[in-house]
Design a protein around this ligand. Sequence first.
Ligand code: NAD
Ligand code: IPM
Ligand code: MN
Length: 359
Amino acid sequence: MRIIPVALIPGDGIGPEVVAEAQRVLDQVARMSGRFRFQYRSFDWSCQYYLAHGKMMPDDGLKILQDFEAIFLGAVGFPPVPDHVSLWGLLLPIRREFDQYVNLRPVKLLRGIESPLREVAPGEIDFIVIRENTEGEYSNSGGRLRQGTPQEVVVQNAVFTRYGTERVIRYAFERAVHSRQHVTSATKSNGLNFSMPFWDEVFRSVGQAYPQVKQELYHIDALAAYFVTRPKSFDVVVASNLFGDILTDLGGAITGGIGIAPSANINPEKRYPSMFEPVHGSAPDIAGRGIANPIGQIWTGALMLEHFGLMAEAELLIDAIEATLLDGVKTPDLGGRHTTRDVTDHIIQRLTAWEKAPE
Ligand code: NAD
Ligand code: IPM
Ligand code: MN
């Protein structure tokens, strides 16, 4: 049996609520599979930790994480710690230090969920967004001059390297080759006159090696609208860091809400641990009430299974999520009246029932 060391960072707000539930589900999948076991070690790095220690994680935090094969994270960020302090103290350094340059975010309408869009049936929205995850608009470069004065000037630089842009676009093409042979690129080369013309150039040049793949470029503003007006028409969408961030909350919204949307921060070469965390944040408005939707975190667990080649296990887990939704067991964000725990219990029940009587 394969033992996979996983670092758990439940984090803030609803993070610990949904991580604990996802762990219960993953343990059940592991029991049924018999092929693997996640060996967890939990870290309390969070805004609470910051209030006690003046930092989001210990100085050797990244070094500690390096020894794990994966990081399973809930969410980071909670008042009164300013968001740029908490996120740049924990989440973003992990993505960058471990070169998790692919942020893979499936946008899929599951059975049992009704899209807010008209005339869209389950299965009809089914694409992935590949978000660049280590540079671009999140390059940690800039500054404030004459702070607080009427003459204040603020600069936030976006840094695009050829190496960084090429590799994420190539990854998107490779995914499309094994999917429906279609890549859509998010651009904004009309308004952003350095970064995005460069992005487009690299997209076209990488695309030359994939003549069989349909290639489209849309300005990010138009593309956002197409997500709403014709979401069935996408296969693989590739976007820079910020554009991909925005597009994937929208992707969540058209497939039932961000409470279900999963996400994987991957270092494809597996030189470093990859990190698995849902698209949503710590949801301070509903934290502590037991009503957070655990499906985003649980589905993210399925992406972690896939990352380790446990495809049948991942599929089983997604089937159990869909069965639960079809049974009408849903948290309030999906129009239901069930708790976080009810949903998880039901998913586990579904798995257990299949274990006893395989279909
Ligand atoms: P958010 O995703 O936390 O919440 C947005 C809205 O979605 C809220 O109304 C919330 O209640 C709802 N929501 C989110 N997850 C849900 C779930 N599982 N079930 C039901 N409803 C859910 O985004 P925000 O409000 O912009 O950010 C809150 C905090 O989280 C901030 O500190 C932000 O920086 C942080 N954040 C962290 C991550 C991360 O760690 N990966 C991601 C996004 C935001
Ligand atoms: C996400 C989040 C983060 C991001 C924030 C919290 C920095 O919104 O993972 O989507 O922008 O990457
Ligand atoms: Mn986001």
